[in-house]
Design a protein around this ligand. Structure first.
Ligand code: PSU
Ligand code: MN
Length: 298
């Protein structure tokens, strides 16, 4: 399961950062997906951490991919499967290939002994969930994945308030990075105050060590605000339009998140795509610092 490089780094106590792959297969269009896949790995190495992109390739669970395997995933795009935690077992048993979501990646990273995981956005409670029950498995899976998850907060295409409540119910620790409110993925701040705030990678590392000492199983989510984000006016208009389009086309199930991401990118003439790529890279750099702080003696 582990690549030679990732295994050696873990054995030697060096910094390792896990990366998800649904972002590559379903979250970003080609060729931006490959640019981010390769760029994120490059950023991690530059920051002193070993990248461990996680995916399922021909029925094999892989932690740490070679460059040609990243190319393959990017080329497959949405022809690959989108694998949440519940999909891992049948995908492995049937010899399939797919990108792993935050839920699946966090689970696998935790079991592999990787403490830090970087991504763009988490899934959450969708607008209208009272009717559709569309609550991402990411939220529930993070309940049993003791890893630091560096992301850009909660997208307001989701029901932000409800997402924060579910994270609380799941005992997932949530902290904003160098700001007081929960970042909103496309915007730097939502109207919600974050339960905790960290101002350095060392503070994150200290909290993670305290959680480990207590034997806590929930994730520690570090929400890093996008810089720059969209203006609130532009943002609200885009979200309303995209939500309307999803409802009009009766998009459901695992297609909802990829549809909304693509629709928002289309409506913004690619501006959110630029933003999405930049925030992933920023999260990766912060994750490298956190993993480096964790690799040092406390
Ligand atoms: N948010 C993004 N980009 C993404 C995703 C979320 O901004 O690519 C992906 C992640 O892999 C996340 C998944 O785990 O979508 C959530 O899907 P769902 O909402 O169907 O649970
Ligand atoms: Mn869903």
């Amino acid at each position: 399961m582990l690549s030679y490089e990732v295994r050696a780094a873990l054995d030697e106590g060096r910094a390792v950062v896990a990366l998800e792959s649904t972002l590559i297969t379903h979250g970003l269009p080609a060729p931006d997906n490959l640019e981010v896949a390769l760029g994120a790995e490059h950023d991690l190495r530059a920051g002193g951490a070993v990248p461990a992109t996680i995916a399922v390739l021909s029925g094999e669970l892989r932690v740490g991919l070679a460059q040609d395997e990243l190319h393959l995933l990017a080329e497959l795009g949405p022809d690959a499967l989108k694998l949440s935690l519940r999909d891992l077992a049948p995908a492995l048993a049937s010899g399939s290939s797919g990108g792993t979501t935050v839920a699946a990646t966090a689970w696998v990273a935790a079991r592999a002994g990787i403490a830090v995981f970087a991504t763009g956005g988490l899934g959450g409670v969708h607008l209208g969930a009272r009717k559709t029950w569309d609550v991402s498995a990411d939220l529930l899976a993070l309940r049993e994945a003791p890893v630091v998850v560096v992301c850009s907060g909660v997208k307001s295409i989701l029901d932000v308030a409800a997402t924060l409540e579910v994270l609380e119910s799941a005992s997932v620790t949530l902290a904003a990075y160098r700001c007081d409110s929960v970042p909103g993925f496309y915007v730097a701040a939502t109207a919600h105050r974050a339960p905790w705030r960290f101002d350095s990678a060392e503070e994150v590392a200290a909290a993670y060590r305290a959680a480990s000492a207590l034997g806590l199983k929930g994730a520690l989510v570090v929400a890093n605000p996008p810089n720059p984000g969209l203006s609130p006016a532009e943002h609200d208009e885009l979200m309303t339009e995209a939500d309307r389009a999803a409802t009009a086309r009766s998009v459901s199930g695992k297609e909802v998140t990829p549809f909304l991401l693509a629709e928002i990118a289309r409506l913004s003439h690619g501006r959110t795509l630029v933003l999405n790529k930049a925030l992933v890279r920023a999260n990766v750099r912060l994750a490298a610092d956190i993993a480096t702080a964790l690799a040092l003696p406390p």
